[in-house]
Design a protein. Structure first.
Length: 351
């Protein structure tokens, strides 16, 4: 191949060779251009340059930009900016949610009585859908025989009802879904979970907490029973969204215990409300507008009962992926002994 190429190259080179006229020994006068001829020659040069430029434009139209031999890429980048006219929002402007779960037995328990659920919808294309995220934490009552069963039944029953009544109709573009009061859907989900746990086994002495956070668009909808918690970290501040349904919290509310005394209160595990203890349960439901960006965290008392709100805030304010935040929450809970099951659902949102 090289032989053929060199031969071809030499043939081309020879065919373009210019034969100079022989010197006959006579002195030749230099050629003098008149101003008119000079102007004509300048015009010819300009036309020739423009023709070369047109030829190069043709080459540019077909040759890859980075391989074009007629263009200095560095210089072209300075003088020929790429201009686009996007018809869709830039990626940074798109709503987003990322969630991470840590649900662990801890260091001292033989069985994990916590359950959790996390679902984030991501739908792309011209026809946008509102951001949708459903997050649930259930903590089976410690010391009871079937706390792990109660938490599983409650979390999955509630998730099933909410997905059927809210998310699936959204996929079908069913306008009736927006006419359904969302707080009513969450209330019904908890009551169905309560009934399922209560009727699972009449002889079963058990119950569970149940905390539900639904993000739909820029709104946060909450349903809550027990002492699992929902926090929101935004604008450099951590706020509890839920209030515990526990004896220790009630004593604090009426002024019989300080926050410091509540930390060491011997009956801190006693709940005043739980799912599955009777045929109906009182549910806290409410809604609030979310900020543009922030972090939600649902957790069992294996987290909130052993690490302070200040330490949780210190972790959530760090600039790191949501998975690392969940790891740090788990590590902090284990570092103080891991005496209970540890569950944290961490959700970062930009809406």
């Amino acid at each position: 191949m090289w032989q053929t190429y060199n031969s071809d190259f030499m043939a081309i080179d020879k065919s373009t060779e210019i034969n100079e006229p022989e010197d006959d020994g006579t002195e030749k006068l230099p050629e003098i251009e008149t101003p008119l001829e000079q102007n004509m020659n300048d015009a010819d040069k300009q036309n020739s340059a423009e023709a070369d430029s047109d030829d190069r434009k043709d080459v540019n139209a077909t040759a890859p930009f980075v391989r074009n031999p007629f263009i200095n890429v560095a210089e072209a980048a300075k003088t020929r900016p790429i201009i686009t006219h996007p018809t869709e929002p830039l990626l940074d402007d798109e709503p987003s949610m990322q969630a991470a779960i840590r649900c662990h037995v801890g260091a001292r328990r033989e069985r994990n009585e916590d359950s959790c659920f996390s679902f984030v919808s991501e739908i792309g294309g011209h026809f946008k859908m509102q951001p949708f995220g459903l997050f649930i934490v259930a903590d089976g009552m410690g010391g009871h025989a079937d706390g792990h069963i109660a938490s599983k039944i409650a979390s999955r029953t509630a998730a099933h009802h909410i997905m059927n009544r809210l998310y699936l109709p959204l996929l079908e573009d069913n306008e009736k879904v927006m006419q359904t009061p969302i707080q009513e859907v969450l209330e019904t989900a908890v009551q169905r979970a309560n009934k399922s746990v209560y009727e699972y086994d009449p002889e079963m002495d058990s119950g569970t907490t149940l905390t539900i956070a639904l993000v739909l668009g820029r709104r946060l909808h909450v349903a809550h029973v027990g002492d699992s918690r929902l926090y929101m970290y935004a604008n450099d501040k951590l706020d509890p969204v839920t209030s515990d349904h526990s004896l220790v919290q009630r004593l604090q509310d009426v002024g019989q215990l300080t926050a410091e005394e509540a930390t060491f209160y011997r009956y801190g595990h006693i709940l005043l409300r739980a799912v599955g203890q009777s045929d109906a349960v009182e549910v806290d439901t409410y809604m609030q507008l979310l900020p543009k960006s922030g972090i939600l965290m649902l957790c069992s008392d294996g987290v909130s009962g052993f690490i302070s709100d200040a330490e949780i805030a210190e972790i959530l304010k760090q600039d790191m992926p949501v998975t690392k935040m969940a790891d740090s929450i788990f590590a902090a809970s284990m570092s103080v002994g891991g005496f209970d099951n540890i569950t944290a659902v961490v959700v970062e949102f930009n809406l």
